[in-house]
Design a protein around this ligand. Structure first.
Ligand SMILES: Cc1ncc(COP(=O)(O)O)c(C=O)c1O
Length: 409
C-alpha cells in the first residue's frame, strides 16, 4: 500500500497550473467546478497525442491499448469509492446525466403507477427535474422531506414519510447551497428498511468525504468528474449489480448491444449496456488518473484544512451585522452562503468580481430550497483543499468593502 503524502496547502496548490496563470484571482466557486491538477492535464494530453483510438471495437492494437486504459480507469474509480466490481461503474457525462438515466431507467421496472419517490427540499434541480419528467405520465407520486426552522433536514419527517413506503429515495450527500452534510448512512438504512432503492447525489459529497459504497450500502451513488479535479464531460453512476440490472437504458446505439434486428434488440451485459455511443474516452481515462492520484493524498488533512478555513471565514462574516448567513458553521462541507441584508446577491457578486473574487450568486439550481427558506437567492463562497487562508481573508475584505458601498452608515 502507498503511504499517504502529508497535506500541505502550498505544495498541493502548486500542482494546479490555473493558479500560476491567474495569480490575481481568488477562486471561491469550487462547488460549481474545481480546478485541475497537472497530472489530469497530462493524462488528457497523453491520450490524444499518443494513444488516441476508439475503444471496445478496434480490430487493431491501438484500439486494444485505448480500451485497456479506459477499463483501467473504471477500476481506478471502483477502487476510489470502494465498489466491489469495476462493472458496477457506469460512465456518464456527469451527475445530471446519471440522475436522468436513473429516473428514466427505473420507471416501469421498479416504479409502477401509484408508487412514490421520496426526495428532500435540499435537492439540486438535477435531482428533481429528471424524476418530474416521468412522474406525471407514469402516475408516480413525489414526496419531499421538509427542513426544520434552522434549515436542517427534518429527520423526523424523513422517517414519517418513509411510512408511505416509497420505492425510491433519492437525496444529496452534501447540499450545494448550504454545505450541509446529510446523515446518508442512516438515511440509506432507514430507506432500505421499508424496501426502497436509494440514490445518493454525490456531486458535492464525493470530494468532502472518503466514500465506501459497500459500507454505505447504497443502491446507487452518482457524481461528476469536474467537481473532483477531473475533466468536464464525464461522470459516474455506481450501482449494485442487481440495482443496475433494473435500469432500462436511456440511450441506445453503439456497443451497448449484442444483437439488433428491426424487430428486436438484445443488450450487452453491464457496464456496456448503459454506455451507448462513443464515450468521453480521454476524459474517462483522465478521471481515473485523477482519482488514483487523489487516493494517495492526505484526504483527512485536506478535509481538516477546509474545515479550518470554513470556521475562520464563517466567524468573521457572522460578526458583520449587515450580513445574514444561511449556512451553518457545523456539519458543513465547506460552503458559506449569505446575503447582505436588503441587497440583491447578484449586486454583491458583481462588486466582488470587480475585486477579482470569484463567487456564485443566485439560486444555485435549487429554486425549491430558496422558496422554502424565503430568500430570493444568496452569495455562495465554496472552499477547496487548495484554498489558502490569505484567499479567504481577501474575500472577507472585499465583502467588507462591498458592504460599505452598498450600505453606507
Ligand atoms: C448537488 C448537485 N447535484 C447535481 C449537480 C449537477 O452536476 P453536473 O452539472 O455536473 O451534472 C450539481 C452541480 O452543481 C450539484 O451541486
Amino acid at each position: 500500500m502507498t503511504l499517504a503524502v502529508a497535506f500541505n496547502v502550498e505544495t498541493f496548490r502548486q500542482q494546479f497550473p490555473f493558479f500560476q496563470a491567474n495569480p490575481n484571482w481568488v477562486y471561491l466557486d469550487n462547488a460549481a467546478t474545481s480546478h485541475k491538477p497537472q497530472i489530469m492535464l497530462d493524462s488528457l494530453q497523453h491520450f490524444y497525442a499518443s494513444a488516441n483510438s476508439n475503444i471496445h471495437r478496434g480490430a487493431h492494437s491501438l484500439g486494444d491499448q485505448a480500451t485497456q486504459l479506459y477499463e483501467q480507469a473504471r477500476q481506478h474509480v471502483a477502487d476510489f469509492i470502494g465498489a466491489e466490481q469495476a462493472e458496477q461503474i457506469i460512465f456518464t457525462s456527469g451527475t445530471t446525466a446519471a440522475l436522468n438515466q436513473l429516473a428514466f431507467g427505473l420507471m416501469g421496472t421498479v416504479l409502477q403507477p401509484g408508487d412514490r419517490i421520496l426526495l428532500t427540499t435540499l435537492e439540486h434541480h438535477a435531482n428533481i427535474v429528471p424524476w418530474q419528467l416521468h412522474c406525471q405520465s407514469k402516475g408516480v407520486v413525489l414526496d419531499v422531506v421538509p427542513l426544520t426552522v434552522d434549515h436542517q433536514l427534518d429527520m423526523a419527517a424523513f422517517s414519517r414519510l418513509l411510512q408511505h413506503q416509497p420505492k425510491v429515495v433519492s437525496f444529496c450527500h452534501v447540499s450545494n447551497v448550504l454545505g450541509q452534510v446529510l446523515p446518508v448512512a442512516d438515511m440509506v438504512q432507514q430507506a432500505q428498511a421499508v424496501g426502497a432503492l436509494t440514490v445518493i447525489d454525490g456531486a458535492q459529497g464525493i470530494l468532502h468525504d472518503t466514500i465506501d459504497v459497500q459500507q454505505l450500502n447504497t443502491d446507487f451513488y452518482v457524481f461528476s468528474g469536474h467537481k473532483i479535479y477531473g475533466p468536464t464531460g464525464v461522470g459516474v453512476l455506481y450501482g449494485k449489480t442487481k440495482a443496475l440490472e433494473c435500469l432500462t437504458p436511456l440511450l441506445g446505439g453503439g456497443e451497448m448491444i449484442q444483437h439488433v434486428s428491426f424487430d428486436h434488440t438484445r443488450y450487452h451485459q453491464l457496464p456496456f449496456r448503459l454506455e451507448a455511443g462513443t464515450s468521453a474516452i480521454a476524459e474517462v481515462i483522465a478521471l481515473g488518473t485523477t482519482l488514483h492520484w487523489l487516493a494517495k493524498q492526505d484526504r483527512t488533512g485536506m478535509r481538516q484544512h477546509k474545515q479550518q478555513l470554513l470556521q475562520h471565514g464563517w466567524q468573521q462574516l457572522e460578526a458583520m451585522p449587515q450580513l445574514e448567513l444561511l449556512s451553518s458553521a457545523t456539519n458543513n462541507a465547506g460552503i458559506i452562503t449569505f446575503n447582505v441584508r436588503g441587497e440583491h446577491p447578484t449586486d454583491v457578486a458583481t462588486l466582488l468580481n470587480e475585486q477579482k473574487i470569484a463567487v456564485r450568486a443566485g439560486q444555485h439550481c435549487a429554486m425549491p430550497l430558496f422558496a422554502n427558506i424565503h430568500h430570493p437567492g444568496a452569495v455562495r463562497l465554496s472552499l477547496a483543499a487548495y484554498t489558502t487562508q490569505a484567499e479567504v481573508d481577501a474575500a472577507i475584505n472585499a465583502i467588507r468593502m462591498a458592504v460599505e458601498l452598498l450600505c453606507p452608515s
